[in-house]
Each structure stands twice: as structure tokens, then as C-alpha cells.
Design a protein around this ligand. Structure first.
Ligand code: FRU
Length: 486
């Protein structure tokens, strides 16, 4: 494994330098996945926002492109989305091009500093050259501010039921839906969210998905990021399963959310790609792998923050409920360098790295463990470690990064992390993606997901598994050493 730059992920997307937060405007077209992101080229902390840009042919290897959208006298370019307007409903194409229409929030900092409340509006920009260059619409803002401080993060998608574009907008403590047939004029449809789900913080970065469960039943899933108020403090993304009839969203579990896309502390503002081909049919999400509590304080130097590994979301039933499960995209397998296998058996302690003989600093670990109290320990020669596993008595998964290396840059960073076991069964299936300074855990086919970043003073090259109350039974544990993408 080749490692470049301390803590810089080798498999995950990160900017070459400077500050990054939310993924924005993701779409697929002509063999390319486009990723835009909240970017401040002037420093390693949040500042006047731009849309950075990168493209990939496989969701894993990214090519950095020039900044797509710059702030101007009207304000900063906040989060938003993009859609491929195949039928030119917008009329923006004059010579048969396919318009890509992006919606984002203009944040007028001058107005905000002057004490006004109407400083966030929705604006449009479009590209007629497959996302390479962008023109801001000359009639912005397309949606003006109704007098509410938090009014942002437009996510547009085509709603085939009502044959219109639907914009999902985060408005402080609820979601507002807007409809349009031409991507220019928008009509408010409804509000959702007061007295629904978690409200420990402001609602941000929504997304409205149409998904089918394993029985072919179609549902809508409303994704809502919230900051703070996540299950493990700070930022996190809850979701609601229900039905959107083209006008209003009806929650299947009134008052409550249906769960969290990721129960860990470091996956925020995740949204899905537009225009994934029908033959592919995947619902692919990328999130920002950090947390507003400490995102500006993490000990990296030239750059700050990475994205999560792209994940495929699926809708599944557990008893009478629907849950959203997620697993890493299979494209990750292109990066496998070598594979080590562990023989199936019962153990007190299992030295996984000694037996698999692979470098786990950049790796994927998969397998099954019989339900018990088990602990994985990822550690370095300095005695620093991160622990994760199942506390079967408490019925919870956990991550413990209290002794993981640099932890004192924020008082909450070393606190315990827990998540419910959403899909209970005799065996715990798991996939872990380890990339220098992050771990993404997918338990029980992705019914419980936890993402956590960490900053050891030396690479974690050892992985052990042990039982807390006696032996653990393992099955088919496989460790893939992965190759760096750059
Ligand atoms: C979420 C968020 C968005 C906003 C953007 C600003 O992390 O606060 O609501 O558009 O970041 O960078």
C-alpha cells in the first residue's frame, strides 16, 4: 500500500487542498459520475462557498476539475442539486443539447450581517456542455425568501406520479415541497415535518427518493439531515418512509422517523445521484464524512474533510416496518490488491492481520460472527486503537475511539458511539471499510451503518477480534487489501 499525506484518505474522495463540506449536484451522464461539493479555496476552514467539481467513470477514481460555481455580489453558493433535463423542459437548450439544470441556495452574507432574515434564496444555473461550464440563470433568484432564516438546500427530482419536477427544500424545522414543469417557475405544494422525527437541530439537505422494497412495493423515502441532534451528537441524517402523492408526504410512522441513514458521527448531508440509468437502477448516495461539531478542528493540514464511500441504498422490510439499508458500491472491488482468508472457527482471540497477511490500513474486512459480545480492535505500535463490535447484552453496536490517537481537539470526539441493532438475527454479517483515518461499518446487510473518523499517530496495522464473555464463532472472514486511488 502506498500512502500519501498524513490522514489523507487513499480510497475516498477528498480535495487536494483547502476546505470541503457537503456533496452537491451529483448526476450521471454519458459514462461519467459528476460530484460537486461545498468548497472554500481560500482556506482550510469554512468560508465563502463555491461548488468544487470532480468526475469519475467508476465512482471510485476521481478527476479533479475546475471550480464550477463561484460566489458573486449576490452571495455564496450553498448546497443544492442538479438534474439532467433530457426533454429540454426548461427550454434552455437552443441547439439540441441536453441541459443540466442545477439548483442551489444563494446565501447573502451582507444581508445576514445587516440583521435581515431573508438572506437565503434559491437560484438556478445550467450547463449545455455536459457539466463542464455553467451559466447562472439571468432571473435569479428563482424562489425568493418568505421571511425565514433557514431556507436552503434545494434537491430536485422528477416525480413520475405527478409528472412534474419536485423540489425538496429544508426550511428551518420542516421540509417544503415545490413543483414545476419547466424548472424555472415553482409552485409551493406542501410542508412536512413539524412534529415529525427529530428536531435537536436545524433541518438541512433533504432528498426525496422513490424506492421499491423486496416485494416490489413502491414507497417514498424522505432524507433529512439535522444538525445538531444526531444519535451520536452533532450532525446526522434521519429518514422517513411514506408516500408522496405529488403534493404531500404522508409518514408511515406519524411523529417518528424510520431511522438514520448512518448512526455514526461522521456522515452528513448525504444525497443521491440524479439520472442513474434505468438498467443500473441503483440509488447511490454520497455523504460528507465529518461532523459540524469538529469539522474545522480535525488535525489535517493542507485539506479538510473527505466524502463517504458511495453507497447503494435499498428499501427492505423488517416485520411491519420499512428500513433503508446501505452497502458500499461494488466498484470498490476494482481496487483489491490482495486477499487474505481466515479459517472458520471458534476463538477466544483472533489475530486477523497475522493470519490474513495483508496491510489493513487500507482494506475491506467482511464476514459473519455468531451473535455474542464481540470486539474488533484496530491498533498501532504506539498502543493507540479504535474498538468496534456488538454489545449483545445491551443489544447495541458500538465504536470506541477514546484512545484512537489525537482526540482532544474537541471535547465530544472521544465520547462513546452506539447504534441499535436494527435487523436482529443469529449471525452478524459485517463489512468494514478502513481507509487510513476512517472506518465505515455496515452491519446486518447495511441495516445498521456507522461511520467514524480518527487520527492515530501511526497507521493502524493490526486487527484483532475477541469475545468479551467467552469465545466467538466466526465464519468466512475475508480481508482485502485495497489499492490507493491516487
Ligand atoms: C450543511 C450545510 C447546508 C448549507 C451548507 C453551507 O452542512 O449547512 O445546509 O447549504 O452546509 O456550506
Amino acid at each position: 500500500t502506498v500512502m500519501h499525506e498524513a490522514y489523507r484518505p487513499q480510497l475516498h474522495f477528498s480535495p487536494k487542498e483547502k476546505w470541503m463540506n457537503d456533496p452537491n449536484g451529483m448526476f450521471f451522464l454519458d459514462g461519467e459520475y459528476h460530484l460537486f461539493y461545498q468548497y472554500f479555496p481560500g482556506g482550510t476552514k469554512w468560508g465563502p462557498m463555491h461548488w468544487g467539481h470532480a468526475v469519475s467513470k467508476d465512482l471510485i477514481h476521481w478527476e479533479h476539475l475546475p471550480i464550477a460555481l463561484y460566489p458573486d455580489s449576490t452571495g455564496y453558493i450553498f448546497s443544492g442539486s442538479a438534474v439532467v433535463d433530457h426533454h429540454n423542459t426548461s427550454g434552455l437548450a437552443k441547439n439540441g443539447e441536453i441541459p443540466i439544470v442545477a439548483y442551489y441556495t444563494i446565501h447573502d452574507d451582507k444581508k445576514a450581517k445587516a440583521g435581515r432574515v431573508d438572506y437565503q434564496t434559491q437560484a438556478m444555473a445550467y450547463s449545455l456542455d455536459k457539466g463542464r461550464t455553467w451559466t447562472k440563470y439571468d432571473q435569479n433568484p428563482a424562489i425568493s425568501n418568505p421571511g425565514i432564516i433557514d431556507f436552503r438546500d434545494p434537491k430536485v427530482s422528477w416525480n413520475s406520479k405527478s409528472k412534474q419536477w419536485v423540489m425538496t427544500l429544508a426550511v428551518k424545522d420542516h421540509i417544503s415541497f415545490y413543483g414545476s414543469t419547466n424548472l424555472k417557475q415553482w409552485k409551493k405544494l406542501s410542508d412536512f415535518g413539524l412534529n415529525e422525527g427529530d428536531h435537536g437541530g436545524v433541518w438541512e439537505c433533504p432528498d426525496l427518493l422513490t424506492m421499491k422494497d423486496e416485494h416490489g412495493v413502491e414507497k417514498n423515502v424522505l432524507i433529512v439531515s439535522i444538525n445538531p441532534g444526531g444519535p451520536n451528537r452533532g450532525s446526522a441524517t434521519q429518514y422517513f418512509v411514506g408516500d408522496f402523492d405529488g403534493k404531500t408526504f404522508k409518514n408511515d410512522t406519524p411523529g417518528k422517523n424510520s431511522g438514520w441513514v448512518d448512526y455514526g458521527p461522521d456522515n452528513y448531508a448525504g444525497v443521491t445521484f440524479n439520472n442513474i440509468p434505468k438498467e443500473d437502477g441503483r440509488c447511490i448516495m454520497i455523504g460528507w464524512m465529518s461532523n459540524w461539531f469538529y469539522a474545522e478542528l480535525v488535525p489535517t493540514e493542507k485539506w479538510r474533510s473527505a466524502m463517504t464511500i458511495p453507497r447503494v441504498l435499498t428499501l427492505r422490510t423488517i416485520g411491519k416496518n420499512h428500513v433503508v439499508q446501505s452497502l458500499p458500491v461494488v466498484e470498490i472491488e476494482e481496487t483489491i490488491e490482495s486477499t487474505g482468508k481466515i479459517s472458520t472457527r471458534e476463538v477466544d482471540t483472533l489475530d486477523i492481520t497475522a493470519e490474513a497477511k495483508v496491510d489493513v490500513r487500507l482494506s475491506r474486512i467482511q464476514g459473519r460472527i455468531k451473535k455474542a459480545n464481540f470486539v474488533f480492535e484496530l491498533s498501532n505500535a504506539k498502543g493507540e486503537k479504535i474498538l468496534f463490535g456488538l454489545d449483545d447484552v445491551g443489544g447495541k453496536f458500538f465504536v470506541d475511539r477514546s484512545a484512537s490517537g489525537k482526540v482532544n481537539f474537541h471535547p465530544d470526539f472521544k465520547l462513546g458511539i452506539q447504534a441499535p441493532r436494527v435487523r436482529d438475527s443469529e449471525w452478524v454479517e459485517f463489512t468494514a471499510i478502513v481507509d487510513v483515518a476512517s472506518i465505515e461499518l455496515f452491519f446486518d446487510q447495511g441495516a445498521t451503518v456507522m461511520t467514524a473518523i480518527y487520527f492515530p499517530n501511526d497507521g493502524y496495522s493490526k486487527l484483532k477480534l475477541y469475545g468479551k464473555n467467552g469465545k466467538v464463532s466466526t465464519d468466512a472472514i475475508v480481508v482485502d487489501e485495497l489499492k490507493t486511488i491516487w
